[in-house]
Ligand binder design. Structure first.
Ligand code: SF4
Length: 154
């Protein structure tokens, strides 16, 4: 029988739009072909133009580009200017799965220590209402299916 998750009672999480998960040290924001097509359509670009201008090939697959800011290497679609003091995703509706499933990546949920460690980077950890286990599982398993485990990069 599978062991119950240590977070079976759910976990508290509420994003503050600090932008830390979309910045910091260099990393990857992986995009599938389907996601690239959706983002290109949103930007009014051909897929080829989108890939050329906004992505790069990495050892893990194709990633959105980054740009150096005072905060670190921001995702190229992170917008720090529209809302004062906040960092918002300018692609929000079309953001890649890796972003949709954060912070519920398997690597962040392995044990409580990993979750607390994530809280040193992500202000949303242990803040706000409890997210129920059923919702966490959906995101965690989607990320696991996409990556084989969930160990992306930021
Ligand atoms: S680091 Fe956490 S609180 Fe900050 S933007 Fe990312 S998810 Fe939201």
């Amino acid at each position: 029988m599978a062991r119950a998750e240590w977070y079976a009672e759910g976990l508290r999480f509420e994003c503050t739009l600090c932008g830390n998960c979309c910045s910091g040290p260099p990393g990857y924001v992986l995009v599938t072909d389907e996601e690239a097509a959706a983002i290109a359509a949103r930007l009014g670009l051909s897929v080829a133009a989108f890939l050329r201008e906004y992505t790069r090939q990495t050892p893990q697959g194709r990633s959105l580009n980054e740009r150096q800011t005072e905060a670190g290497m921001d995702c190229v679609f992170l917008d720090r200017s529209t809302v004062a003091g906040k960092a918002v995703c300018s692609l929000y509706e079309e953001r890649p799965l890796q972003c949709r499933t954060f912070p519920w990546w398997p690597e962040n949920l392995r044990d409580r220590r990993g979750w607390e460690r994530l809280g040193r980077m992500c202000e949303g950890v242990n803040r706000g209402p409890t997210v129920p286990i059923v919702e966490i599982r959906v995101q965690r398993d989607a990320q696991r299916a996409a990556t084989g485990d969930g160990g992306p990069s930021r």
